[in-house]
Structures are given as C-alpha cells and as structure tokens.
Design a protein around this ligand. Structure first.
Ligand SMILES: Cc1ncc(COP(=O)(O)O)c(C=O)c1O
Length: 379
C-alpha cells in the first residue's frame, strides 16, 4: 500500500460515499423531471443532496445550489455565465488562480472581453486594494479563489467581497480546495458565486456544484432542458449528487477534528524536512493557509525526478508543475509569487488527508531526506 500525500489532486471516495452512489444507481435511477413515483424518488434524493451541500457551505436556501460535472464546469459556468450580453465586458481575476479559471478567461479574451490579472504577494495572496483599483464601470465580475491548490494560501475574501458589493461587482470564488479543510460559510465570505467539487472532499469525481446567491443572474452555457433551474441543462447525475451530498455531510461532521489532526501532521513533516535538508524552502502561508498543504523546494533536485523516485519507494506526492511534451513548465503559481523558475522546478507538493498517520509522515520525512541528501552528494 502506498502512502498517499496528494489529496489536492484527488481524494479516495469515502466507503459511505461508494455505498451511497451504488444505492442511488440501483434505487434512485428515475428521471427527477418526471411526475410518477420513481421520478419523485429521484427528485427527493437530489434535493436531499442539495440540502447537504448547502449545509456544508452555510447556505440557508438549498435551491441556490446547482449541480455540475465538477469544479472546472462550475468555474466555467460562473465566469462565462456572468458576462453575457448587456453586462459589463470586464473581468478581474488573479495570476495564481486554477487553470479552470485562467483558461476560461483566455477564451473570454478571444471573444473580445477584457481581463485584468492581478498579481499576488510572496505568499500567494491577492491584495483587496488591488481589486478596488482594478474595478471600472464596465467590470461585471471578479473571480478570486478561496484557497490555492498548489500552496494552500487563503485569500482575504470577506475584504474583497465588501469592495465588490460597494461597487456592485459580482464576486465568484473557487472554493474547490477549501471545502473539508477550512470552515466555509457563504454569508461570512460575502461572495455571490462559489464553486466546489466532489472528488476533493472524498466524494465522487465528475460531480460538483455552483452555489448562486439568490438574485444572482447567470446565463446557462449549455442549451437544453430546464433542469437545475435552467442554469445547467441536462438530465441530472443523481447518484453523483447523492454521493457528493454524503461526502459533504461527512466533511461537515469531521471538519474540526480533521483540520487539527492534519495540521499537526503537516507541521511534523515540515519540522523533520527542514531539520534534515539544508536549503529546503516552504512556499505559501503555513500559519494561515490550508491545514494540509506543504509545498517545498529542494534546491538542485528536479521535482519530477524526485516524485518518480518517491513513487518507487511507495510514496505518492504531487508537483506543482505541468509536464508537457517532456518539458517541465515551472508552476505559474510559484512564478506569480516571485519564486525563480529554477526553484519552482524543484518544488513538490505534499497534500495530506484524514487517512494519514504520524508513522507515515515519519517514513516520508526519512525517505525524502535520504533521497534529497543522496542527490545533493551527487551534484
Ligand atoms: C482550485 C481548483 N479549482 C478547480 C479544479 C477543478 O476541479 P475538477 O477536477 O472537479 O474539475 C481544481 C482541481 O484540481 C482545483 O484545485
């Protein structure tokens, strides 16, 4: 069995989630848009899942939750749907956002919309004053993630929200990595749109949701039926939504215990690594960022090579870099934070989860120290 420390890439579905999805496939297979009993039962299952998702994010009205196929679609729908004809043609986002946001922005630019990409500071944070300065009378939307997937930094969403509210700009927040790792309350955050994804919180992959504050108007991106209030046409994925609902309920119940335990494991890992590997540098905000993320660069040690060596030792971790056609592209997040391309190529991301144990962490620290120490001797 491998030691899995890549929970920001995906999480294993909880056993209860697997059972819930199987149950819904067998028992709640009806089409929720139909009037007879099987349809009504599927509708009831879907609406119960909606209520559970709403409860995880502190939303008082479950009808504000729209099910989608995941975080990417939720982000795309929020951005593209907010910028239809008759709205402003300017959008504000940040350089350290996920590609689901950044590539949607690039598409929108190709259609003639204007996008401002705000810089982030050395920890990966957006400055609310920069949002204030970027807003123009043509700004329709601002999109800032709650917690960064690569470094775990948490953005000051309530401050950004109060500026957006004052200037009547809709605020979208990608909270995909925050759910289950941070208390998330849409009222306290003050956002209008919030994306989430099942597979980052031990739910099924291929299902997610977009929460829309009542009164927020979105144009659907797909054309079709009137499912999900017409915002997201297409026959609903009832088993996926049910699995997401169960995962949301479990995440809500476990949040306090999980975050405290995972944070102490993450700190234990960093304490051992920094003692054993001179020059190791952690990126992001360990104090106020996500409890489960440790992004570290080991000077002189290419991330991909290290990830593969760790895999041979039965340890699974992520790199922030995307490998395309054999070339390692340094992470856009680390570059935006001012990390040099060389150092960014040497960074790996440990992202912990509820199943990790202290002995696993000690083993990982020992193996990494041995591998990195060995490479340092060679070079
Ligand atoms: C911050 C963030 N947003 C969006 C996504 C995309 O979510 P999904 O994989 O459900 O499409 C991810 C996935 O890695 C993510 O980390």
């Amino acid at each position: 069995m491998s030691i899995y420390l890549d929970h920001n890439a995906t999480t294993a579905p909880d056993r209860e989630v697997v059972a819930a999805v199987a149950w819904a496939m067998a028992q709640a297979w009806g089409n929720p848009s139909t009037l007879y009993r099987d349809g009504r039962e599927a509708r009831a299952t879907l609406d119960a899942a909606r209520a559970r998702v709403a409860s995880l994010i502190g939303a008082s009205d479950p009808s504000e939750v729209v099910f989608t196929s995941g975080g990417t679609e939720s982000d795309h729908l929020a951005l593209t749907g907010s910028l239809g004809p008759g709205r402003g043609d300017h959008l504000i986002t940040a350089m350290a956002e996920h590609k689901a946001v950044l590539r949607t922005c690039a598409q929108l630019e190709q259609r003639g919309l204007r996008v401002t990409y705000l810089p982030v500071d050395g920890l990966g944070r957006v400055d609310p004053d920069a949002v204030r300065r970027a807003i123009t009378p043509r700004t329709a939307l601002c999109s800032v993630m709650l917690a960064n997937n690569e470094v775990g930094t948490v953005n000051p969403l309530p401050e950004i929200a109060s500026i957006c509210r004052e200037r009547r700009v809709t605020l979208h927040c990608d909270a995909v990595q925050a759910l289950g790792r941070l208390p998330v309350d849409v009222a306290a955050l003050g956002v209008d749109l919030l994306s989430l994804s099942g597979h980052k919180l031990h739910g099924p992959r291929g299902v997610g949701a977009l929460w829309m504050r009542r009164g927020t108007v979105l144009q659907s991106v797909l054309a079709g039926g009137s499912q999900e209030r017409g915002v997201r046409p297409g026959s609903e994925n009832v088993p996926g939504a049910h699995g997401l609902g169960v995962a949301a309920e479990l995440a809500r119940q476990r949040l306090a215990e999980t975050t405290a335990r995972v944070r102490s494991l993450r700190d234990r890992l960093w304490d051992q690594l920094r003692a054993a590997v001179p020059g190791a540098r952690a990126h992001g905000d360990l104090e106020r960022g996500l409890c489960n993320v440790l992004n570290v660069s080991f000077p002189g040690r290419e991330a991909e090579e290290l990830v593969l060596s760790l895999d041979e030792e039965g340890i699974e971790v992520g790199t922030g870099s995307a490998c395309t056609t054999g070339q390692t592209t340094p992470s856009h997040v680390l570059l935006a934070m001012g990390v040099s391309p060389d150092e960014a190529r040497c960074s790996i991301r440990f992202s912990l989860g509820q199943g990790n144990s202290p002995s696993e962490i000690d083993e990982v620290a020992a193996v990494v120290s041995r591998l990195v120490g060995r490479s340092a001797c060679r070079s």
